[in-house]
Write a protein that binds this ligand. Structure first.
Ligand code: SF4
Ligand code: SF4
Length: 383
């Protein structure tokens, strides 16, 4: 298991399971508008009970407590006031898996594909019945957290899973870059965790063919193995913290932190709010809104994988004119020539662009090439 998370207060996540773990804020979940409620609220719930079902799969209760449904202008929310113990991690115990139980476990324990989070994991598997290629990748999308080293501790579980995987997809070739094959690079570098890029570099597949592959990255496998070999529900996620200072330097915290679904970030904001008044989630490439620490936030493990604290200054970034330095096109891993979108140098190769965001990140004029790319693709539908 992971080393003990840093920064966690006794009242938040402590796996000894006593009443000290009660939080001072209820867990708050935000079902999609078309979600199907699976309980009559208010109701007493236990960790892992199914609360509602939506397109990304079944969402489970992260704690024991009293769950109630509230409606507001922004939609509905489910608030759970914790009244019991946390369920801690259990060791993984390798065993022979049966085909039928794999999909059943995915649904019962609320798993999603964390490589393609819009799909529940069982729906993702079911959509690949005709696949000829299964790719097991050692890299997560952003590599915020190193799940590979966790998987490497459990080779016997991995072998059991490979056996059942082959029986579920007898026609498919499994290419295992976790234990068997060596990926073309030794250490992760961006954008190797993006499924399209990994498949293009290892299998020479064009980006548009990623749908033909069953792709499983290490975070998806980590949560799947927790479910299959320790019966642990998908109710929490290991995340990384970043800090962007006034001078623009981005610092990553040395440790990761485990946060439960719907958990309030109040305890983190109390620690960092005086230095960093704003935050955003995931990466800058995704352009999630910059929010104020003061207003609070509840974590959604299906959508959020990292937290970035910002100084007020950095939240006010604006664009300057292109200085034609060429950094964007020079560093584009697929040679899509994004510079063409803001200058007269050549043509933008939209079919090669996988929206990795490197060009946006490197631009000294802070031009959001990512927005230009999205607009271009929308305006030239089908290219
Ligand atoms: S154009 Fe930009 S976003 Fe697209 S692949 Fe190249 S670097 Fe990535
Ligand atoms: S990196 Fe920015 S400033 Fe440099 S050529 Fe590209 S768009 Fe222009």
């Amino acid at each position: 298991m992971f080393a003990k998370p840093f920064l966690l207060q006794p009242r938040t996540v402590k796996e000894t399971g006593n009443r000290k773990t009660v939080l001072d804020e209820p867990y708050t979940l935000f079902p999609d508008r078309d979600a199907l409620l699976l309980k009559d609220f208010p109701v007493r719930v236990k960790v892992g009970d199914s609360l509602y079902k939506q397109s990304s799969g079944i969402v489970l209760s992260p704690v024991n407590g009293i769950a109630s449904l509230e409606h507001s202008e922004e939609g509905s929310k489910i608030r759970i006031v914790q009244d019991g113990n946390f369920v801690g991690s259990k060791p993984w115990v390798s065993r022979t898996l049966q085909k039928d139980e794999v999909l059943e476990t995915m649904d019962r324990l609320g798993l999603v594909s964390l490589d393609f989070p819009e799909h529940s994991l069982s729906a993702y598997f079911k959509s690949k019945t005709k696949t000829k290629l299964i790719l097991l990748s050692p890299f997560t999308k952003t590599q915020d957290v190193d799940f590979l080293s966790e998987l490497k501790k459990s080779q016997d579980c991995h072998s059991s899973f490979l056996q059942v995987l082959q029986s579920m997809f007898p026609e498919a070739k499994i290419k295992d870059y976790i234990f068997g094959l060596k990926p073309p690079i030794k250490n992760y570098s961006y954008p190797w965790g993006i499924p399209e890029y990994f498949a293009s570099q290892t299998e020479k597949l064009s980006f548009s063919r990623i749908g033909e592959v069953l792709y499983l990255g290490p975070e998806t496998l980590y949560n799947l193995y927790r479910a299959l070999f320790a019966d642990f529900p998908f109710i929490e996620r290991e995340i990384a913290l970043y800090f962007l200072g006034k001078n623009g330097g981005l610092r990553k915290s040395g440790s990761t932190i485990r946060i439960r679904n719907g958990q309030s970030l109040k305890f983190l904001f109390e620690d960092f709010g005086s230095q960093y008044s704003n935050f955003t989630v995931n990466s800058f490439y995704e352009k999630n809104p910059v929010r104020e620490v003061q207003k609070g936030f509840y974590w959604d493990i299906r959508q959020h994988y990292s937290l970035i604290f910002l100084t007020h200054y950095e939240s006010q970034r604006r664009e300057f004119p292109c200085v034609e330095c060429g950094e964007c096109s020079l560093n584009c891993p697929t040679k899509a020539n994004p510079m063409a979108l803001v200058s007269s140098f050549g043509n933008f190769q939209a079919g090669l662009c996988m929206e990795c965001g490197i060009c946006t990140f490197l631009c000294p004029s802070t031009i959001s090439l990512r927005d230009r790319i999205r607009n271009w693709k929308e305006a030239n539908h089908g290219f």
